[in-house]
Design a protein around this ligand. Sequence first.
Ligand SMILES: [Zn+2]
Length: 190
Amino acid sequence: MSGHDDVMDSLRYAAHRRWRTGDRLRSYARYLWYVLRHKYFVFLACCKYGVPLAGITHDLSKFLPGEFFPYARYFYGPNSQTRTQTPLEKVQFDRAWIAHQHRNWHHPQSWVLRHDDGGEVVLDMPDRYRREMLADWEGAGRAKGRTDLAAWYAKKGPGLPMTPLTRIWVERQLGIAAMPASPVWRAPEP
Ligand SMILES: [Zn+2]
């Protein structure tokens, strides 16, 4: 996605009539507060996992207009409470999310290599990024008042694209390596 698209998206949001200026600014402020809290908790966790620098650069792209406005609107906008986001809101959010994944290597989805013939390979995550990923999960949990990371992982982990090596490392860090192995995510056959 080009910078031009990002700017056009932002303008389209600004031009949206049903969302009054006061409400819009409140949503932006609430989302900004959320991101700052998230970054603070991720920074603490990054220090714990030995990658403090990653804690500083973590999710900085969330301040770019192409990510900030669609996220703010999706999570705090007029349709967020009822989860009735419009098709446009959903499309914009999906674009922001894929842009985020391509800019930030701490997401396991960033390590899915897509070949031209449609095949997919999941790559091992470098140590620095898997540490930041753990810190991300932990920080996101704390920002939302959720502290049991192992329980969260038991629910969400199996759906994430990770190689067995990355998965075993993660589960060791979480102290759940002795649990029955989670199903290994496999890319669809080409
Ligand atoms: Zn991120």
